[in-house]
Design a protein around this ligand. Sequence first.
Ligand SMILES: [Zn+2]
Length: 267
Amino acid sequence: MTTRIQHLSCASMHPLAGRVGLVPRDWVAHCLLVETGDRVVLVDTGFGTADVREGRSRIGHVAPALIGFDLRREDTALAQLPGRGVDPAAVTDVVLTHLDLDHAGGLGDFPQARVHVHRRELEAARHPRLDERMRYVPAQWAHGPRWVEHDEPGEDFFGLGGASVVADDVLLVPLHGHSRGHSAVAVRRPGDEGWLLHAGDAYFFHGDKATPRTCPPALRAFQRVLAADDRRRVDNLARLQTLHAEHGDEVRVFSAHDQQEYDALRG
Ligand SMILES: [Zn+2]
């Protein structure tokens, strides 16, 4: 049973297009720190201390320039956990929505943890197509994490199929499209508050999940261009809109980079 969920942002981003008002100016990397039974689970990792230390020699030049990664040690999960009352060495599991560089960067800071990811995502990261090479940074998992690969068939989660168990009250829910094996992570909240659904990069703007959808045109285009499989991304966004419309009171959906959703949840 989940006893505590904390929201943290483990990276700061200021995209070029945000300086001229085409997309939101400040982006977060929304991560969750979940205590459930005897497990401590980190959902996504943002950037890690090696990314901060080595900078662009490690993470490349193109993505950091476009998306304006602002690498600071104090943003890393490793630096934030002690202030949240959790010893980083006590993290038993990391679950990743996907392996893009701004989600998997902190893996090396939790070498003891099992790392849960969808099988198709690990396959994509290990054998990227030409158009996928920029998104993955193999140095971020060169230490050899204790991978736990998840795959369908799984259970139904409010109409989204294929959900598999990561830990008690924590599920990996496939939502492919943004990247080949991209998934959401569902966490049951303590008490009867229902569920959180960390939708990762399945969408980028709080208005994306609304019906009718609202999203700045440049950010719509950005999401289309970044998608490994755009048809699946669009289908999955429609399923999230339905989930939000029909079960929004039981399932609180949020995405990785939206500041407004983060501010509303961090309390
Ligand atoms: Zn991302």
